[in-house]
Design a protein around this ligand. Structure first.
Ligand code: ADP
Length: 445
């Protein structure tokens, strides 16, 4: 039975009861008919009053924040209150769950390493994550609902946004000119736009370095190749005397040597960059490495310099013998090449107070002006290109030294004064060096 029938019957019963009570009381006083009418009217009014009061209770609760329970009642109003409350609570839970999902979704976008910005149909900023705010130089709270083109003035971006053609990303430099951004726009819904920004500064830098490197290598190889080609042509075209032939062949040999050294250094660099760091538990004596490098340097100097060595007798280092030899040999080689005849070159191993050690190559040579020092370890950087090439330099020596130092946990320091000489120092950390005595004690214990 539905509520309408039950309520109708109940109302009828009350009205009938009121009429009967009216008829009974009216009968006692001899006016049954008017008393019957009065009885039914009173019963109806009472019924309406009671119903209105119960309905009002529910209405008051609905008008409020519904923080308390719905008014408890029985019958029709009770069920209405119960069902309304249940529906509201279910909706609340759903809204809460939806808003939690939205929060999680926004947190996920916030955690993205790339910039994400949502624009409405008028290109006003609807939402953006912190990365996008940084990329475009905007304040994500203050600038909400601002037209993006009023805030982001980078012409390439504005032109791209207004072009309406978004197949390709657009690349431009960031607001302070220190970063390079790649921005991709994706339209969605009705006129809305998703703007994705990527910081490609590092990628661009690496790409520029790669281009420079390839250009440098090509240039370095092309020069001796051109010279060689010239000689080959000369030999093919002109009848040369025996003496001339020997001289040309000697010059050709010089150029092939130069190319061989360059390729050798390039391979060394490639190996250093592409292989894992030398093991930190493979200990070797540094003395034989220093001694061999000194012997080679003396051979290169052919008696034009005094080359001395100091320290290192009791030292062990964890690392690669080949790499360390290559680093020391490069430093000594430079010292010989950049020190005029009669100069002094010192190779020195010294312990440091922090239990690390330093390996110095000091010369009394031509020295280097201060402004060149920060760039010396860059590949192919030379202070004086022709002097470097004339003495067999490739421009890669110090770059190799720096890599070797870093792969052994160390770093390179350069002190130099123009006309007075230079000191190139590799500083090794305590974890990579030890005294032989310590080693013996470790074995004994
Ligand atoms: P290179 O093969 O040209 O010597 P390096 O990478 O070994 O290349 O050195 C880079 C540059 O640093 C050299 O071209 C030279 O100008 C400078 N340089 C290196 N060592 C010395 C030194 N001992 N004295 C003076 N200048 C040096």
């Amino acid at each position: 039975m539905g509520w309408w029938l039950a309520r109708t019957l109940a109302a009828l019963l009350v009205v009938v009861a009121g009429t009967l009570v009216g008829a009974f009381i009216g009968g006692l006083f001899g006016h049954p008919i008017p008393a019957m009418v009065l009885g039914s009217v009173v019963a109806t009014v009472l019924l309406v009053l009671r119903d209105s009061r119960r309905g009002q209770g529910l209405m008051d609760w609905l008008r409020g924040p519904q923080s308390t329970k719905a008014p408890s009642d029985s019958g029709f109003w009770g069920e209405l209150a119960y069902r309304t409350e249940r529906e509201l609570r279910t909706r609340d839970l759903k809204i809460k769950a939806e808003s939690q999902r939205l929060d999680q979704f926004l947190s996920a976008i916030e955690a993205s390493p790339n910039g994400v910005m949502l624009l409405d149909a008028n290109d006003q900023i609807d939402w953006c994550n912190t990365v996008a705010a940084e990329h475009f130089g905007i304040d994500r709270n203050r600038d909400r609902l601002q037209r993006v083109t009023n805030l982001v003035r980078m012409p390439a971006f504005v032109a791209h946004l207004q072009s309406g053609r978004y197949d390709e990303p657009v690349v431009f430099s960031g607001p302070l000119g220190r970063t390079m951004l790649s921005v991709l726009i994706r339209p969605y819904s009705e006129g809305m736009k998703l703007v994705l920004s990527y910081d490609i500064t590092e990628r661009e830098r690496t790409e520029a370095m790669r281009r420079d490197f390839v250009a440098n290598v090509s240039h370095e190889i092309r020069t001796p190749l051109t010279v060689l080609a010239g000689f080959v042509e000369t030999m093919a075209r002109l009848p040369l005397t025996e003496a001339e032939n020997r001289r040309v062949l000697a010059l050709m040999q010089q150029q092939t040597d130069r190319m061989q050294t360059l390729v050798g250094d390039l391979l060394t660099l490639a190996k250093l960059e592409g292989s894992p760091r030398p093991a930190s538990d493979r200990w070797l004596s540094i003395l034989p490495v220093l001694q061999q490098a000194q012997v080679d340097a003396r051979a290169l100097s052919t008696g034009r310099h005094t080359i001395e060595m100091e320290g290192g007798d009791d030292a062990e280092i964890a690392g690669s013998e080949t790499e360390l030899f290559s680093a020391v040999a490069n430093l000594l080689n430079n010292a010989v090449r950049y020190t005029p005849e009669g100069g002094r070159i010192q190779l020195r191993w010294r312990w440091r107070a922090d239990s690390g050690a330093e390996l110095d190559v000091t010369d009394s040579g031509i020295g280097i002006a201060r402004e060149h020092l920060p760039r010396l370890t860059e590949r192919f950087y030379r202070v004086d290109g022709s002097r470097s090439r004339d003495t067999g330099g490739t421009g890669l020596g110090l770059s190799i030294v720096k890599h070797v130092a870093q792969r052994h946990g160390g770093e390179i320091e350069i002190h130099s004064e123009l006309g007075k000489g230079s000191t190139f120092r590799i500083v090794f950390p305590s974890q990579r060096v030890r005294h032989k005595r310590e080693a013996a004690a470790l074995v004994g214990s």
